[in-house]
Design a protein around this ligand. Sequence first.
Ligand SMILES: Cc1cc2nc3c(=O)[nH]c(=O)nc-3n(C[C@H](O)[C@H](O)[C@H](O)COP(=O)(O)OP(=O)(O)OC[C@H]3O[C@@H](n4cnc5c(N)ncnc54)[C@H](O)[C@@H]3O)c2cc1C
Length: 387
Amino acid sequence: MDFSIPAELTTLRESFAAFLEREVRPIHQRHAESVRRGVFTDEMRSDARAIKRRSCAEGFYAAYLPEDVGGWGLSNLGMTLLVEDAARSGMGMAMSALGPPNPEAPTPLLLELPLHLQDIYLKPLMTGDKTMCFALTEPEAGSDAQSIRTKATLDGDSWVLNGTKHYITNGDRADFAVVFAVTDAQKRAHGGITAFVVPRDAYIVTKTQYTMADTHPVELLFEDSRIPADHVIGEVGFGFYAAMKFLNGGRAYIGAQCLGMAQWCVDQAVEHATVRTAFGKPLARNQGVSFPLAESKVEIEAMRWLTYHLAWQVDQGEVPMLDSSIVKYFNTDRAYQIADRCLQVFGGQGLLKEGPIEAVLRHLRMLRVVEGASEVQKLVIARAMGL
Ligand SMILES: Cc1cc2nc3c(=O)[nH]c(=O)nc-3n(C[C@H](O)[C@H](O)[C@H](O)COP(=O)(O)OP(=O)(O)OC[C@H]3O[C@@H](n4cnc5c(N)ncnc54)[C@H](O)[C@@H]3O)c2cc1C
């Protein structure tokens, strides 16, 4: 076993760190007042797009996709390390510089589109000119995604879609949606769910769903939405496998985001505990403060190696469901607990929007539900144990 990070990935991390300092830090600082008030302005949104474009030009954004569509085939481990570093920087906008784990970014699923459609849909995502959304969840089908009701029927040279999707991140700004619909009600997950590319003018955004996090997804309505017959991703009937492959393949990135955020929280809490005094001594001199941080360090190392191992497995050509679920469950759960402990170290300052932990804690709370809640991951793990 070789646990070392390949030298070329260390060099890549150094260039990405320089990019974050040069391109993202000044923008992050410019918006300090909005961050202090906990708002995300249109100007911030437009700056986030600018960061994405610069990152595209420098080759970091969606670098893991193949060269012929505009990436350069960076390994899953390489992309994982970049996601970790962006998250550890503590600058929310740093995540705009990378594709995953953001659902508005290009997904390898689109490599299964016919070539002429890759030019229209995938390539503009790679240059930051378009964004997408991933529409699987419905009001009656979340954890049990194979129970979706949205239907697609072939009518001449068009598919006609009817149904409602909700909790769709970036659904209001996306140029198109990747939509999962039932094409054979008998077969459902086993050959009866198909993935489609649906242009923005074929569906309606019915409402925004405001959450406790800074991400506010939307509800989408498909009402006799007509799309050309060739707008199918992969094979008709096999969209559910594609969705699961996409979600499992991306678990290392969510794991890395949690790892980076947890490390950011601990870095901040260690510094604060060393500088802030109470009862005539630094906070850190109380084991009630230092031990939770020591425990966090141990958990961060466990998160790190579970994540890197998963990324390494994906690079070997496997998408191991069990390991993906372990990382999704463990990292989201531990990172949230770590952020909570670190917030406590800050006392009242921890609760302020301008403090370093508050927004991170809210985001991590969301990650314990989205893309498969913790309980669903435990279900997968238990099944793998024969339970
Ligand atoms: C901010 C946000 C962004 C999102 N973005 C997207 C997106 O871009 N695209 C998309 O398709 N979806 C998206 N989702 C949907 C998300 O993936 C679902 O919310 C999630 O899968 C859970 O589904 P649900 O909310 O319907 O909960 P339910 O399925 O109703 O489950 C509720 C709870 O019950 C428990 N539970 C469910 N089944 C079991 C079981 N078998 N055993 C034990 N416990 C169980 C879990 O704790 C779960 O949290 C988003 C959601 C949010 C909140």
